[in-house]
Design a protein around this ligand. Structure first.
Ligand SMILES: NC(=O)c1ccc[n+]([C@@H]2O[C@H](COP(=O)([O-])OP(=O)(O)OC[C@H]3O[C@@H](n4cnc5c(N)ncnc54)[C@H](OP(=O)(O)O)[C@@H]3O)[C@@H](O)[C@H]2O)c1
Length: 344
């Protein structure tokens, strides 16, 4: 699909895609295209998917500086503008990477993303992970950065103050969090001048995070669900023998067969109907079009929704081991599983 060729009739009418209303009153399309190439797809392949997806009717794109492709995605966004899709019709998210949490780095990093994406504002800017720890591309899970630090609320709030300044300066319309936990969010909500509009979190039928999901919604924060299909193409470092796959679950398979769709479409329908915003990644036009169709065609029944609620396995796939800060820790330490922020 080549959007440079001229105006293309959308496969799905963007006006038919459900929207989420954020606490500011702004509307965000209730499905977005992910853009993380999982370390094995090139930046140009991802950018081509952005072009094709926009032509098919997507208006929401989930980007990040660490995905290493914002320049190429920016070139796709220019092509999208050239076929008559206006900036105000798009929802573009980017994220602050872990090596840019310093007070002197946040604004410069956002400006770099804006310049790479060819935009003068972002709809949403997220703190990608709460930890100021980063890793080189392609490293394995045992990697620990030399300056790796524990999470502290004070450090996070220093970063958050600069995120708030981005809103004040008009560079971003909303700010949000990602990979947070309830105890961390409670403190941010206590101290923030500008509240997070979105929390991006792993969400799929085998990892439903009901407590965090309900918590953020009760706070007026929109849950955006990453890896909505269970990230079948995720990097090797994010795989463990205990992992399960929601698109191979027999309950999902049975619903898919009954309604005549791929199991991926059932996962997307479940996500959108439950009230989160899924951001599936795909470079395959057949796949990303079917994912988009899933949110506008044939709802799941209440019985289907109940059956899927019952297959939660609390199976976190993106465990984040490389963000740990000292030897001898386990990945659960990142997720405050005892209900308290893990001490340094
Ligand atoms: N905030 C964070 O920390 C964070 C973490 C992880 C991800 N994310 C975001 O979330 C996005 C999505 O997550 P993800 O990429 O991990 O996983 P995902 O969307 O669950 O899975 C993507 C994989 O599913 C395949 N796929 C997509 N649609 C399909 C369909 N209809 N039928 C069959 N296979 C299908 C894709 O392959 P094909 O290309 O062959 O279709 C790709 O390998 C990322 O791209 C990124 O933007 C954010």
């Amino acid at each position: 699909m080549n959007v440079r060729a001229g105006k293309i009739e959308a496969t799905v009418d963007p006006a038919a895609v459900p929207q989420r209303r954020l606490y500011t009153g702004a509307l965000m399309p209730a499905i977005g295209l992910g853009t993380f190439g999982s370390d094995h797809l090139t930046a140009d392949e991802v950018a081509e998917a952005v072009r094709g997806a926009a032509a098919a009717g997507y208006r929401h794109f989930d980007c990040a500086s660490v995905y290493g492709n914002e320049k190429q995605v920016g070139s796709a966004l220019q092509d999208i503008a050239a076929i008559g899709i206006k900036r105000e019709e798009l929802w573009v998210t980017s994220k602050l990477w872990n090596d840019k949490h310093g007070e002197g780095d946040v604004i410069a990093s956002c400006e770099q993303s804006l310049s790479d994406l060819g935009l003068d504002y972002l709809d949403l800017y997220l703190v990608h992970w709460p930890f100021p720890n980063f890793h080189p591309p392609g490293c394995d899970v045992s990697f620990r950065g030399s300056g790796a630090e524990a999470y502290t609320h004070e450090h996070y709030m220093r970063t958050w103050r600069k995120m708030e300044e981005l809103v004040d300066r008009g560079l971003v319309r909303h700010i949000g969090t990602s990979n947070m936990t309830i105890p961390k969010l409670k403190l941010v909500l206590r101290d923030a001048r500008i509240r997070p509009a979105v929390n991006e979190m792993e969400l799929h039928p085998h990892f439903q995070q009901p407590e965090l999901f309900e918590f953020v919604r009760a706070q007026g924060i929109e849950p955006v669900g990453y890896s909505p299909l269970g990230s079948p193409g995720r990097p090797e470092r994010d795989r463990t023998p205990e992992d399960t796959s929601p698109i191979e679950d027999p309950v999902i398979g049975a619903i898919a067969r009954r309604i005549g769709v791929h199991p991926a479409a059932v996962c997307i329908k479940w996500a959108a109907q439950r009230g989160q915003t899924p951001i599936p990644f795909s470079t395959n036009p057949r796949h990303y079009i079917s994912n988009l169709r899933a949110v506008v065609e044939d709802s799941l029944t209440d019985e289907d929704m109940r059956a899927i609620a019952a297959i939660d396995r609390n199976c976190r796939l993106i465990k984040g081991q490389v963000f740990l800060w000292k030897d001898g820790q386990s990945w659960e330490d990142l997720w405050d599983v005892n209900g308290e922020i893990t001490p340094p």
